[in-house]
Write a protein that binds this ligand. Structure first.
Ligand SMILES: NC(=O)c1ccc[n+]([C@@H]2O[C@H](COP(=O)([O-])OP(=O)(O)OC[C@H]3O[C@@H](n4cnc5c(N)ncnc54)[C@H](OP(=O)(O)O)[C@@H]3O)[C@@H](O)[C@H]2O)c1
Length: 268
C-alpha cells in the first residue's frame, strides 16, 4: 500500500479489529495509524497494545490521516460527523462501517466527499469477517482498491452496489446469528443423544469450522460436499430427511430475505 495514513474514528471493537488486521497483515505499519477515542482507558490500551497514535479530538486525526474510518455506533453518527465536518475535505477518503447508515445520509452531514460504505460482520473481530463495500461517485477506482485491501485484512471482502447492502445485512451481517442458532441446536442434539455438553460443543464447533474450511479450500459446491457424506440409505440422508420435512431451507431463505427487508426499513 502507498504511504496512506489511517485515522480511526472510534476505537471500540471494530476499530480495534481493523487496527489489528492492518498491522498483523503488514498492510499499514503502526506508525501510520491514529485512533480518535473519547475513553482514556481505551486510548491507553490501544496505544500500549499496538503502538498506534491516539487522540480524543477530530482535528489532529484529520491532519494526520488520508483515510478516515468511521467506526462509531450508528446512533451517534450525526453528532460525530458534525464534529468532523470542518476538518474533512477532498484530501480524505471517508470509510463508514456504521450498519444501516446510507451514503446519502453521510453526504448530507459532510458534503459530497469521497465516501465508501462497508457492511462488515462480527467474525471480523477474529480477522475472519465477510464485508461488502460500496463507493459513492466521488470515490476513485484507487479508493475502491484501497478499501478492498483494508477490509481484506480482516477477512474477505466484495464490491457491490449500495442497493444490495441491505440484502448483505440480512445475509452475512445477520448470518452469524443464524449460524450460532444452528450451532446451539446441534449441541443440544448431541446432549439429547447422551454426549456431555462440553464435548458436544467441541465436536460441533470443529464440524462447522471444518465444513466451511473444506468448502473454501476445495472450491467444491456445497451440494457436492454434502453428497460426499450422504450415502444411499445411510445416516446422513436420514437426518437430512428430517430437516427437509421441517422446511429448514425455506426457513433460512425467508430469514435472509426478511432480515434484509428489516434493514431497509430501519435505514429509511
Ligand atoms: N461489531 C461488529 O461486528 C460490527 C459489524 C457490522 C457493523 N458494525 C458497525 O461498526 C460500528 C462500530 O461498532 P463497534 O461494535 O466497534 O462499537 P463500539 O465497540 O461501541 O465502538 C465504538 C467506539 O466509538 C467511540 N466513540 C464514541 N464517540 C466518539 C467520537 N465522537 N469520536 C471518536 N470515537 C467515539 C466509543 O467510545 P465510548 O464507548 O466511550 O462511547 C467506542 O469506543 C457500528 O456503527 C456498527 O454498526 C459492527
Amino acid at each position: 500500500m502507498k504511504k496512506e495514513t489511517i485515522g480511526l474514528i472510534g476505537g471500540g471493537q471494530m476499530g480495534e479489529a481493523l487496527v489489528r488486521g492492518m498491522i498483523n497483515s503488514g498492510l499499514v505499519p503502526a506508525g501510520r495509524i491514529m485512533v480518535a477515542e473519547p475513553d482514556g482507558k481505551r486510548r491507553d490500551s490501544l496505544s500500549q497494545t499496538y503502538q498506534v497514535k491516539v487522540t480524543d479530538i477530530a482535528e489532529p486525526l484529520c491532519d494526520f490521516a488520508s483515510v478516515l474510518i468511521l467506526a462509531v455506533k450508528p446512533q451517534i453518527i450525526r453528532p460525530v460527523l458534525a464534529q468532523y465536518k470542518v476538518f474533512v475535505g477532498s484530501n480524505h477518503l471517508l470509510i463508514s462501517i456504521a450498519a444501516g447508515v446510507p451514503i446519502s445520509a453521510i453526504e448530507r452531514e459532510i458534503g459530497r466527499q469521497r465516501i465508501i460504505r462497508v457492511m462488515p460482520n462480527t467474525p471480523a473481530l477474529v480477522l475472519a469477517g465477510a464485508s461488502a463495500l460500496s463507493p459513492n461517485e466521488q470515490a476513485s477506482a484507487e479508493d475502491l482498491q484501497l478499501g478492498m485491501k483494508i477490509f481484506s485484512a480482516i477477512g474477505t471482502c466484495v464490491h457491490l452496489p449500495e442497493s444490495l447492502l441491505d440484502a448483505v445485512t440480512g445475509l452475512s451481517g445477520s448470518g452469524p446469528g443464524y449460524v450460532f442458532t444452528f450451532i446451539e441446536a446441534m449441541i443440544d442434539g448431541g446432549v439429547l443423544a447422551g454426549i456431555p455438553r462440553p464435548v458436544a460443543e467441541q465436536l460441533v464447533l470443529q464440524t462447522v469450522y471444518g465444513s466451511a474450511k473444506l468448502a473454501l479450500e476445495t472450491g467444491k459446491p456445497p451440494a457436492v460436499l454434502k453428497g460426499m457424506v450422504t450415502s444411499p440409505g445411510g445416516t446422513t440422508i436420514a437426518g437430512l430427511h428430517v430437516l427437509e420435512e421441517a422446511g429448514m431451507r425455506g426457513a433460512i431463505m425467508t430469514a435472509v430475505d426478511r432480515a434484509g427487508k428489516r434493514s431497509k426499513e430501519l435505514g429509511s
